[in-house]
Design a protein around this ligand. Structure first.
Ligand code: ADP
Ligand code: MG
Length: 635
C-alpha cells in the first residue's frame, strides 16, 4: 500500500541486506535517536549510557560548539551563547516568536541565508541569534543537535545510514517542517520522511499492542502540551484532530517550585544566573517528587546566601494542580473537533517526560475514565515509533506494510472576489491529499487571474494567513463566468503544498509549490483557531454582506454597460433617468454595511431595468432573426 510507495526513489532493497535507518525525536527539551534491531525498537545511548540528549547548544568565540549535558550545565554561566528550546524558533520570524524580553538571546531579524538561497523570495526571514561564534539561525542550531545524534547512530550501528525519520509536532506548519528538513540536510542526514509526533507514539504502541480503535495521545513535554486524537484500524493510522498549548509544559511546574522557593526564603528579584540555578534545582526537585514523598532543595546564591527548603509531594501537587487542569481544556477542544466524547476513546497514550508526574497521570485517568498507557517510556516513545517507521521506509519490512495518515492543522484555500476565503482543503484533512475546485472569471474578456493561496479558518482573507500568490495568464477572452478554471491543491506526505490552476478549455496552466515564508507560529495557529470560533457569527455576516456587495458591483457594471450600448436607442429620457436613479440608490447604500438595504436596492434596480432588459433582448433576437419579433415566432 501507500507507505512503501512514498519511500525514497531509487532505494530498492536486496532481500537480505539490512539497511540502517533511524528515528529521531528532535524535541524542544530533549532529543533522541532510535533504531530497530532484530525487529525490536531500541533507543541508542551515548558513551555514558544516556539516551536523552538535552536540546541545548553552546557556541564559543573560536567557532567551537558544545551540545547536550555539557552545554546545559553552562546555561547560567553563559546564557546568551547557550541556546535552549531552539525548536520554538524554527521557521519563525521575530514577529512570531512572541515576547522575547524574558530570553537571554540577542535576536537578529535578518532573512535566513537558507531561505533566500532557495529563492523563496517572499520569505520575511527566520529569526536569528547573535552568538560568540557569529549569527546562527535556528536551522543551524538544530542541525548541531542532529549532527550529534547522527554521529551517535554511526558509532552504534557501524555503517552508512540510509536515512532518518524525524518527528515534528502535528501542528507544525509548512515553514516549520521545511526548517526541520533544512536542519537535517545541514547535518548530512537524508530525511526519509517527517512524521507527526503523536503518530509516532501511536506506531510505537499500535504495533506492540495491535489494538484497533480511537486513541488520545497526551504529550506533556518540557515547554509544550499537545493532544492528538488518532484512529487506528486495520493497521491504518489516522489523526482525527490536534490541539494543545505551546506555552505549557514541565517547565511551568519547575517555575511553581521556584516561586515557592522565593517565597519560602523571603527572596525577591534575583539575577539571571541565580534564577537559572534555582530553576535547575526546581526541576530536579520536581522529578524527585515523582518517586518520593518529599525532597530537600538546597542552593547557594551568588551573594553567598545558602537556601534550604523541604517540599512535600502533597504541597507540590497542590501548587501545580491548576497547571494540570489547564491541559484538559485543549483535550476537550480536540474531542469536540473530532466529534467524539470521552466514551469513544479506547486508550490514552502518555508521551513526554512530564507525564511521569503522578498527579498528571491521575488527572488524565479521571478525565478519560481509564488508566492511561504508560508501559513504554514516555520520553522515548516518539523516537521508538519514528525508528519503526524508518525501518519500513528503508525497505526492511515488506510483508505487513501499512498506510500512514497525518492531518493538516489549518484549512487551505484561495481568495475569491470581495476578499473572501474559499476553503479547498478543510482543516484536519488527512494527508497526503489532493482536492480541486472550479472557479470562473469575474469580468468580460478577463485573460488573467490572480491566485492568492491562504491558510486559516476565518471567512475573510484579511483574517487568514497569506501563503503565496501566482498568476494564471493566457485565459482566452470570454464573457464573465464562462471560463472554467480548475484549481488543484495537493499536499504531500510531508505536509508541503502544491497549487495549480488550469483553464479547462485552452489547457493554459500555472502552478506553484508553496515554499511559505518562515514564520507562522503554533501560537498563531492556536490564535487563528480561537478567533475563528469566537468570530464565527460575525464572519458569516461579513461574508454575506461581502457577497451582496460583489453582486451589487456586478449588477452596476452590467447595467452601465447596457446603458452605454443601448440606453439612448431603446429608452426615453425618463426611462434612462429612472435606471440611473436606481443605480445611484444602490451605490449610496453599498458601503453602509447594511445588508438589507443593499439587498433592497439590488431588487429595486433589477425591477427598474426589467423593461429595458426585455427591449434589449428583443433587439438582439430580432437582429439574429433578421427583423422579425420574438412574439411573431411560433414556438
Ligand atoms: P520535549 O518533548 O519538550 O523535548 P521531554 O518529553 O523530554 O520534552 O520532557 C521533558 C520534561 O519532562 C522536563 O520538564 C522534565 O523535567 C520532565 N521530566 C522528565 N522526567 C521526569 C520525572 N521523572 N518526573 C517529572 N518530570 C519529568
Ligand atoms: Mg517531545
Amino acid at each position: 500500500m501507500a507507505l512503501l510507495q512514498i519511500s525514497e526513489p531509487g532505494l530498492s532493497t536486496a532481500p537480505h541486506e539490512h539497511r540502517l535507518a533511524v528515528g529521531i525525536d528532535l524535541g524542544t527539551t530533549n532529543s533522541l535517536v532510535a533504531t530497530v534491531r532484530n525487529g525490536i525498537g531500541v533507543v541508542l545511548n551515548d558513551s555514558n549510557g544516556r539516551a536523552l540528549l538535552p536540546s541545548v547548544v553552546r557556541y564559543f568565540a573560536d567557532g567551537g560548539v558544545q551540545v547536550g549535558e555539557t552545554a546545559q550545565a553552562m546555561q547560567s554561566e553563559d546564557p546568551s551563547n547557550t541556546i535552549v528550546s531552539v525548536k520554538r524558533f524554527m521557521g519563525r520570524g521575530l514577529n512570531d516568536v512572541g515576547d522575547i524580553s524574558g530570553t537571554p538571546y540577542r535576536f537578529v531579524d535578518a532573512p535566513s541565508p537558507i531561505a533566500t538561497s532557495r529563492g523563496s523570495g517572499q520569505a520575511p526571514g527566520m529569526v536569528q541569534l547573535r552568538t560568540a561564534a557569529g549569527v546562527k539561525s535556528p536551522v543551524e542550531v538544530s542541525s548541531e543537535i542532529l549532527k550529534v545524534l547522527r554521529a551517535r547512530a554511526g558509532e552504534a550501528l557501524g555503517g552508512e545510514l540510509v536515512g532518518a525519520v524525524i518527528t515534528v509536532p502535528a501542528y507544525f506548519d509548512d515553514a516549520q517542517r521545511q526548517a526541520t528538513k533544512d536542519a537535517a540536510r545541514l547535518a548530512g542526514i537524508n530525511v526519509l520522511r517527517l512524521l507527526n509526533e503523536p503518530t509516532a507514539a501511536a506506531i510505537a504502541y499500535g504495533l506492540d499492542n495491535a489494538v484497533e480503535g480511537v486513541y488520545a495521545v497526551y504529550d506533556l513535554g518540557g515547554g509544550t502540551f499537545d493532544i492528538s486524537i488518532l484512529k487506528l484500524s486495520k493497521g491504518v493510522f489516522e489523526v482525527l484532530a490536534t490541539n494543545g498549548n505551546s506555552a505549557l509544559g514541565g517547565d511551568d511546574f519547575d517555575h511553581r517550585i521556584y516561586c515557592w522557593l522565593l517565597e519560602k526564603n523571603g527572596l525577591s528579584a534575583l539575577g539571571a544566573s541565580d534564577t537559572r540555578r534555582l530553576l535547575t534545582r526546581a526541576r530536579a526537585a520536581k522529578e524527585e517528587l515523582t518517586e518520593h514523598d518529599e525532597t530537600r532543595v538546597t542552593a547557594i546564591l551568588q551573594s553567598g546566601e545558602a537556601i534550604e527548603s523541604v517540599l512535600s509531594q502533597q504541597d507540590f501537587h497542590a501548587m501545580s494542580q491548576n497547571l494540570v487542569e489547564r491541559t484538559l481544556q485543549p483535550v476537550r477542544r480536540a474531542l469536540r473537533d473530532a466529534g467524539l466524547s470521552v466514551a469513544d476513546i479506547k486508550g490514552v497514550v502518555m508521551v513526554g517526560g512530564a507525564t511521569r508526574m503522578p498527579q498528571v497521570q491521575r488527572a488524565v485517568a479521571e478525565f478519560f475514565h481509564q488508566t492511561p498507557l504508560t508501559n513504554l517510556d514516555p520520553d522515548k516513545v516518539v523516537a521508538l515509533g519514528a525508528a519503526i517507521q524508518a525501518n519500513v521506509l528503508a525497505g526492511n519490512r515488506s510483508s505487513d506494510d501499512w498506510l500512514l495518515l497525518d492531518v493538516i492543522p489549518l484549512s487551505l484555500g484561495i481568495e475569491t472576489m470581495g476578499g473572501l476565503a474559499e476553503k479547498i482543503i478543510p482543516r484536519n484533512s488527512t494527508i497526503p491529499t489532493a482536492r480541486a475546485q472550479d472557479f470562473t472569471t469575474f469580468k468580460d474578456g478577463q485573460t488573467a487571474m490572480s491566485v492568492h493561496v491562504v491558510q486559516g479558518e476565518r471567512e475573510m482573507v484579511s483574517d487568514c494567513r497569506s501563503l503565496a500568490r501566482f498568476e494564471l495568464r493566457g485565459i482566452p477572452p470570454m464573457v464573465a463566468g464562462a471560463a472554467r478554471i480548475r484549481i488543484t491543491f495537493q499536499v504531500d506526505a510531508d505536509g508541503l503544498l502544491n497549487v495549480s490552476a488550469r483553464e479547462q478549455g485552452s489547457g493554459t496552466e500555472a502552478h506553484i509549490t508553496v515554499k511559505p515564508s518562515y514564520g507562522l507560529s503554533d501560537d498563531e495557529i492556536a490564535r487563528m483557531l480561537q478567533e475563528s470560533s469566537r468570530h464565527a457569527q460575525g464572519d458569516m455576516q461579513a461574508r454575506a454582506l461581502r457577497e451582496q456587495q460583489v453582486e451589487a458591483n456586478q449588477l452596476l457594471d452590467a447595467v452601465q454597460n447596457a446603458l452605454d450600448l443601448d440606453g439612448a436607442a431603446l429608452l426615453d429620457e425618463a426611462g434612462q433617468a429612472r435606471i440611473r436613479a436606481g443605480m445611484d440608490g444602490l451605490r449610496a447604500v453599498l458601503q453602509t454595511g447594511d445588508i438589507h438595504a443593499v439587498k433592497r436596492a439590488i431588487t429595486q434596480l433589477n425591477d427598474a431595468t426589467v423593461a429595458f432588459a426585455q427591449a434589449r433582448m428583443d433587439k438582439s433576437v430580432s437582429r439574429a432573426l433578421g427583423g422579425r419579433k420574438l412574439t411573431d415566432l411560433e414556438v
